[in-house]
Write a protein that binds this ligand. Structure first.
Ligand code: ATP
Ligand code: MG
Length: 249
């Protein structure tokens, strides 16, 4: 069983000579659904990749439960890592596989369950997200909203404790946004902990209790929706209510 938090301590990360994160501290406690906010290009996706061990920090530590994963090989922290799933920005489905094969992919790879058992899980997860009728279709045959739902079903297949969502509602119409928010709330009610990165405030406020605001490589705010709305930090105020002055920033 994973420990009860995922954390970053004093993480620095640069790419192409540009500092993306500077002494970044972060904690996702089990059971506290959180959103990381920040403008486009701020480094939100980078944070998720660091938490998953897909990127290594230049300095600082990333811990999953009690295990510091920084510098560990993937196989060494796989036991911890498999308690976390991610729904990538854009879905990242395999185009050459059907929806069902996409959702069952990791279970087939793990080779621990029979084909029948995997098929049952695939249908259960697809039905949870409301697209079981698409099981034999290919990603190219789906709408954007359906792709996102299939990507969520795929993330759920391994029954993770934590689910990361990278911009799950970007590009969806209001009904699509509502559907995804609803799904996230259903997962939370089942005891999953969600971490979302987004710049979409409607989705953020509908699904999260706490918020982390990233600006110029640093966390400049951490707190509840009410605290954020009352914040006098200029960047936070501007993000919530852009003004004409924002045009010249
Ligand atoms: N492989 C790379 N090489 C060079 N720069 C990169 C690379 N990957 C990311 N970056 C830069 O790092 C910064 C942070 O990227 P990241 O994808 O984490 O931003 P983001 O906050 O998720 O943005 P968005 O909201 O647009 O998805 C961006 O400015 C990006 O241009
Ligand atoms: Mg991103």
């Amino acid at each position: 069983m994973i420990g009860d938090s995922i954390s970053m301590e004093k993480v620095c990360y640069s790419v192409g000579g540009r500092r993306i994160l500077e002494d970044f501290d972060f904690c996702l406690e089990r059971g506290v659904n959180r959103t990381i906010l920040g403008v486009s290009g701020a480094g939100k996706t980078t944070i998720l990749k660091l938490l998953l061990g897909l990127l290594q920090p230049d300095s600082g530590r990333v811990c999953i439960g009690d295990v510091c994963i920084t510098g560990l090989s993937e196989t060494r922290f796989l036991e911890q890592r498999k308690r976390i799933a991610i729904v990538f920005q854009g879905g990242a489905l395999f185009d050459s596989m059907t929806v069902g094969e996409n959702v069952g992919y990791r279970l087939f790879e793990a080779g621990q369950l029979s084909v029948r058992a995997i098929e049952r899980i695939v249908l259960e997860k697809l039905s949870f997200v409301g697209v079981e009728q698409a099981v034999n279709l290919y990603p190219a045959e789906l709408s954007g909203g359906m792709k996102k739902r299939v990507a969520i079903a795929r993330a759920l297949a391994a029954d993770p404790d934590y689910i990361f969502f990278d911009e799950p509602t970007t590009g969806l119409d209001p009904i699509g946004v509502y559907n995804i928010c609803n799904l996230m709330q259903k997962l939370q009610a089942e005891g999953k902990t969600t971490l979302m990165v987004t710049h979409d405030l409607i989705t953020a406020f509908a699904t999260s209790e706490r918020f982390t605001f990233l600006h110029r490589a640093r966390m400049i705010f951490e707190g509840t929706e009410a605290e954020m709305k009352e914040s006098d930090i200029p960047e936070v105020r501007e993000f919530l209510r852009p003004t004409e002055e924002s045009l010249f920033v």
